[in-house]
Ligand binder design. Sequence first.
Ligand SMILES: C[S@@+](CC[C@H](N)C(=O)[O-])C[C@H]1O[C@@H](n2cnc3c(N)ncnc32)[C@H](O)[C@@H]1O
Length: 246
Amino acid sequence: MTPVALPVIGTPRTIVGGRSAHDGYQRGWGLMHAGVADLVARHPLYQAGLEASGGWSVMVESKRMNLFLILTSFFAGLDGQDVIEFGSYRGGNALFMARVLWDVAPGAKVYACDTYEGMPATDAGRDLHGAGDFGDSSCEALVQRRDALGLTNLVVVKGLFQDTFPAIARERPCFGLAHIDCDIYSAVKYTQAEVWPLMSRGGYVVYDDADTPSCLGATEAVEELVMQRKLHSEQVWPHWVFRAGL
Ligand SMILES: C[S@@+](CC[C@H](N)C(=O)[O-])C[C@H]1O[C@@H](n2cnc3c(N)ncnc32)[C@H](O)[C@@H]1O
């Protein structure tokens, strides 16, 4: 697999404040201003991932492209390369990541976690979403599509994160990427705290929704993590990206 050619950035490739500004500029500035989005769109593995996703994701394109860049150009040196998605809805992005990972990290797994029955109870004081939102998903349909595509690296986990994640953690996975896309305060707060100790050194913690107008509860949970861990962002566009353990 030939990776996408990324722009030359003057900032040295060093870790300062727990993140590489260089890497953040390569992806974020590259996608927005330096033609990287066109290169990604034409990349055969990106197209294969899109095909696998079947249009079953509500994520915006630039965010999917950034995940693609992380997996194909920044993942190789990590100790652990498992991926977990908290909030998979119909599973389109999980299928996309499983297809890409199939080529770049054979043997690594993608865990796709959701109730597959919509949002649990939410906090009306913080969250715009309410219980049952995203309820039009189907765990069975996702499993069927996974099997039809032969993506044996995709593990579909049905239930509340608070109930299902302890069993995943007992397997002692080492995550290179945690994609947190669950929109509401309680779920973001729980998942980011529980997944952090299982991240590879330098692993990527990426939030789909904490910068969106409908998810201030998610924003609040991330703000609390930033204050608690004194983090700096590696990217704020197209989504919030942090590095664990640097
Ligand atoms: C915006 S959707 C995810 C979109 C998906 N990543 C995609 O690519 O289309 C958010 C999902 O988070 C799930 N969710 C929120 N809180 C949860 C919790 N505590 N346990 C399990 N799933 C939860 C909801 O069921 C919903 O499907």
